[in-house]
Structures are given as structure tokens and as C-alpha cells.
Design a protein around this ligand. Sequence first.
Ligand code: 3Y8
Ligand code: NAP
Length: 266
Amino acid sequence: MTSTTRNILILGGTLEASAMASALAERGERAVLSYAGRVAQPRAQPVAVRVGGFGGVPGLVRYLQAMQVTHLVDATHPFAARMSANAVAACAQAGVPLLALTRDAWQPGPGDRWQPVADLPAAVAALGGPPQRVLLALGRMHLNVFAAQPQHHYILRLVDPPEQPPPLPHHTVVISRGPFDVAGDIALLRDHQVELIVCKNAGGSGAQAKLHAAHELGLPVLMVARPWLPARHEVTQVAEVLQWLWHGERGVQLHAATSRGAERGV
Ligand code: 3Y8
Ligand code: NAP
């Protein structure tokens, strides 16, 4: 199969997806990068972009067949569990090879004050103590559950302004899109006198600055573990995906998801 016959679908929304799109565009490969449509202005891409859901597994199967997709690269966020599960099911039905381009989970280092929690409800439950100033670095989709702990002052870092005020009696909204840097995140934590950070174990570099900043300032972090994902082949480097596209499975060392389960920080 040559670059003129390959037609690659990238499920996007991450730095890795953008890097994948650039690598394919530079090599004259035909690719479409797909966004869910979660934010007003997703980053411009050097390949064609589509925005919006596919309509579950059947919709994705129809899309794969109608667009004659030859390869699917799932470069979504590790917490986009529904999308990734749908991609595994749809590719199996449509007979389209799938490879996940993911990022290893963050691991705490010496001096890090992380409290691992299994999921968002567990993070909410862990906030049962006296009022604190809490940074929710979770985006707009996961704010309402924290109404169960209204005693805190929440600093909400969001990509877009919320359509209506979140149901949190004491909060400050900070509109800011990553990737973030350590100096900026130290300033954010200091300016807002943050005492605790709640975040997802996203991995990668784009959201990691706040962890270095927390370490620098000796702040605790509630670290939400990754959700379960179905078994699939995973790599963490764009170069590995290129090898797979050009040489198939013999081109790269593939990891079944189960072997990386321990790396999910669960
Ligand atoms: C729409 C489209 C690029 C990609 C950049 C990465 C890095 C910057 C850091 C904090 C954590 C958070 C959030 C975050 C980061 C990158 C990456 C990353 C975290 C965009 C983008 C889309 C999204 C969706 C968005 C969610 C949100 C999560 C904010 C684009 C900017 C918290 C993830 O309604 C909402 O506000 C939805 C927000 C889903 C929440 C969540 O569920 O985790 N990402 N983020 C994607 C789509 O429509 O399909 O690229 O511009 C992408 C990026 N966000 O190439 O520049 O991790 O790759 N995104 C987290 O890590 O927990 C912010 O504030 O410290
Ligand atoms: P999710 O809960 O796993 O998916 C819910 C539904 O949204 C999917 O079933 C699908 O709808 C649609 N969808 C999700 N990703 C899509 C994509 N790339 N293209 C087309 N449709 C998509 O997903 P999520 O957690 O809401 O994440 C949404 C998007 O934001 C994903 O692209 C993800 O990569 C990105 N994201 C980025 C970060 C980050 O830090 N960079 C963090 C979280 C999410 P249908 O069932 O109708 O097909």
C-alpha cells in the first residue's frame, strides 16, 4: 500500500494527535483529523479536519466504509474512554487496522504529594474536609459533581468560558488553553493561593506543568486514575505509528493494553 492508497483517520484532541497530523502532512499522506467538537476553536491542522460525533459504533463503521479509511490512529486523550472503546469495536466490524497513540501515565517522584483516587466521584469524596482553595484542572465537563463539596473556593481553569455559572458558590474562572509551562503554572498557583490541585492522570507534556509547579510549592495533588480501556495495540511515539503504517505490525513492538495497565497509575 502506498501513500496514494492510504487514507488515515486520526481521532484527535491531543498534542500527540497534532504531531501525528503534521508528520503525515509532511509525508504527503492522506489523513483526516477528527475532533468531538468540545471547544470553540480547536487548533488549526495541516490535514483535513472533521468535527462532531460519528453516531456511536454504527456511525463510525459507516464513516470508515464510506470514506474508505485504511488505518485508524486513536490519538484521543486517555480519559476519552467511550471514543476509544467505540473505535476498537468499529474497526473490528469494518476490518480497519487500529493503533492507539497514547502517553504513559505520570508517576510520582520523590517529594511529590499525590493522593491517587480511582475516579472523579472518589476525588469529590476526598474533598470532605474544611474549606480550601482548590484548583480544578479538569476542563468544563466535570465541574458539577463538585457541588457536593460547596465549602471550597474552586479555581476553574477552562478552555472556553462556561455557558452558565457552574453550581459552585465560591469559584474563580481562569480561561486558559494549554500546553502550559511551569513558570506560568507556579504563578497561577501563587496568584490564586491554591492549596490543593485536582487533575487527571493525562500523561504527556501538555498538562504536566502544574505537577512540577505543585512539587516546587509543596502542594498536594488529588490524581484521578485513568479509566479502563479495551485491549488494543498502543504506542507512544509518532515514529512508531509511521513504522506501523508503512510496515504493518512487524514494523513496531506493539503493546497490548493489559500490559500497560500498571502504567495507568491504577
Ligand atoms: C477539544 C482541541 C494541541 C492539543 C492541546 C494534551 C495537551 C493542551 C492540557 C489543565 C489541564 C484537560 C483538557 C487539557 C490539555 C492539551 C491539548 C490539553 C487539560 C484541547 C482541544 C479539545 C480539548 C478538550 C478538552 C476537554 C478537557 C480537556 C481541558 C485543541 C484544547 C483538562 C484534560 O468542554 C470542555 O471544556 C472540554 C474540555 C475535554 C476536559 C477533559 O475531559 O479532560 N481537553 N482540549 C477536543 C475535541 O473536540 O475533540 O486541540 O485545540 C486540546 C488539548 N487540551 O494540539 O494543541 O493533553 O494533549 N485539555 C486533562 O489533561 O485533564 C487541561 O488545565 O491543567
Ligand atoms: P468520550 O467521552 O470518550 O466520547 C464521547 C463521545 O464523543 C464519543 O462517543 C463520540 O461521539 C464523541 N467523540 C469523542 N472524541 C471524538 C473525536 N475525536 N472525534 C469525533 N467524535 C468524538 O470523549 P471525551 O472525553 O468527551 O473527549 C472528547 C474529545 O476531547 C476527544 O477527542 C479527546 O481526545 C479530547 N480530550 C482531550 C483532552 C486533552 O487533555 N487533550 C482531554 C480529554 C478529552 P459518537 O459516539 O457520536 O461518535
